[in-house]
Design a protein around this ligand. Structure first.
Ligand code: SF4
Ligand code: SF4
Ligand code: SF4
Length: 402
């Protein structure tokens, strides 16, 4: 494994990345991936003076990397440069970035009193205050917390899960733990129907992507080292695959740890797998539970990080195994939310401009609901279309016969 493989010197200056960059299209102030990435890096290695604050405008969607014919890790180059050179100024926006990125801290404080926190953050007055003070845009709704974490719920399931002969380890991430435990419960239901038990890691922390995106690289690195240690223990002890239901966690654990945070994950890397690729392979090997027909039309939105990982095809093919389901695959476009990016007042308009094409596609589709593998895409689609948006695993859980 190459811990520094950003490959900036491989750039052949074709500018294809700029054509595919959603921010370069929507914001004339953004220099674009080629200039911010490999071109800028050539200068930055001479002197940090060449660091440009406009790199903050990158959403880290990685569509430039997907498009690059020369396999340059453009998004990683930009993320590493931001971690190295971005100057943190003590101001209300720093507080906002801290709140948005420290998901474990605010999740563990909020889940025990979720109804109260959700009511407060939903209030119009509080939204206006947050807009004026810490620049969280008033048009956005902060994600709702669940009343009680997934890990807490799981404790009562642990013994049942151990009864299964085959097991997997599950990296649930912050979204399942604090916001949507139902997705973790759905995963257990689906895998149990396939005679597979679900273990949790002894401990886990946020994969670190919001910390990377908000320039808290030291904290992200600590989380990465912690997670790698616990995943390594699980692999050494049980030799199970480690599955994730979040397309962003999955990419971060596998690629961002070595490329951006320089954390060696080589001992467990080949054990990490995104959930839809695991389930589809099981189905194709004959381990497929009975599924009820769903006579509905869905639109499928490919999250940027799943596109980058090259795994969207597994979700699409998995959806096609559901009897009666009419699957419309939308043109792959960024939804504009990009984790915490779209919540920031200074990014809100650009975020909406980026997502406009996707929202139009959805509105014209006449679908019954939308499917996507990413939590922030779900929030963005639900906020900007009237379509309920669910994870493919939750759809599978609904299709199981009793
Ligand atoms: S990661 Fe996304 S926003 Fe950033 S330069 Fe690449 S395409 Fe543009
Ligand atoms: S697409 Fe790749 S090779 Fe072409 S300009 Fe961008 S980084 Fe360079
Ligand atoms: S997706 Fe990863 S980074 Fe985002 S909240 Fe979940 S665990 Fe944390």
């Amino acid at each position: 494994m190459d811990l520094a493989s950003t490959r900036f010197e491989k750039c052949i200056k074709c500018t294809i990345c700029t054509v595919y960059c959603p921010v370069a299209k929507a914001n004339p102030n953004y220099p674009g991936p080629k200039e911010s990435g490999p071109d800028g890096e050539r200068l930055r290695i001479k002197s940090p003076e060449y660091y440009d604050e406009a790199l903050k405008l990158c959403t880290n969607c990685k569509r430039c990397e997907t498009a690059c014919p020369s396999n340059v890790n453009v998004g990683d180059i930009i993320a590493v440069a931001r971690g190295k050179f971005e100057k943190k100024k003590l101001n209300p926006k720093l507080m906002r970035d801290y709140i948005l990125s420290h998901t474990d801290l605010f999740g563990s404080l909020s889940t025990p009193v979720a109804p109260l926190v959700n009511k407060i953050t939903d209030s119009k007055i509080i939204k206006t205050i947050m807009d004026k003070t810490v620049a969280i845009d008033k048009h956005k709704s902060l994600p709702k917390y669940a009343f009680g974490s997934f890990r807490h719920w799981y404790k009562k399931q642990a013994n049942t899960q151990l009864q299964f002969e085959r097991q997997i380890s599950y990296f649930h991430g912050c979204y399942v733990n604090y916001n949507n435990p139902q997705l973790g419960k759905d995963l257990i239901k689906v895998l149990n129907a396939m005679n597979i038990g679900v273990k949790l890691l002894k401990k886990e922390k946020c994969c670190g992507v919001p910390l990377i995106a908000n320039g808290f690289h030291d904290k992200a690195r600590k989380n990465a080292e912690f997670n790698v240690q616990h995943m390594t223990e699980a692999v050494e002890q049980f030799n199970t695959p480690i599955l994730s239901t979040s397309s962003t966690c999955s990419l971060t654990l596998k690629q961002e740890y070595p490329h951006v945070l320089k954390v060696d994950n080589s001992k467990i890397s080949n054990k990490l797998e995104f959930i839809t690729s695991f389930i589809l392979r099981e189905f194709m090997n004959g381990n497929m539970p009975a599924l009820k027909p769903v006579n509905k039309t869905i639109v499928y939105h490919t999250p940027c990080h799943l596109e980058r990982s090259g795994l969207a095809i597994f979700t699409i093919e998995l959806l096609r195994t559901i009897p009666g389901l009419n699957v419309i695959v939308l043109n792959s476009e960024c939804c504009g939310s990009a984790g915490t990016y779209g919540f920031k007042k200074e990014n809100y308009d650009v975020s909406m401009k980026i997502g406009k094409g996707l929202f139009e596609q959805i509105k014209q589709s006449d679908a019954d609901f939308a499917i996507t593998d990413c939590e922030t895409c779900k929030w963005q689609i639900e906020e900007n279309s009237d379509l309920e948006t669910i994870h493919p695993v939750s759809l599978l859980a609904q299709c199981l016969t009793d």
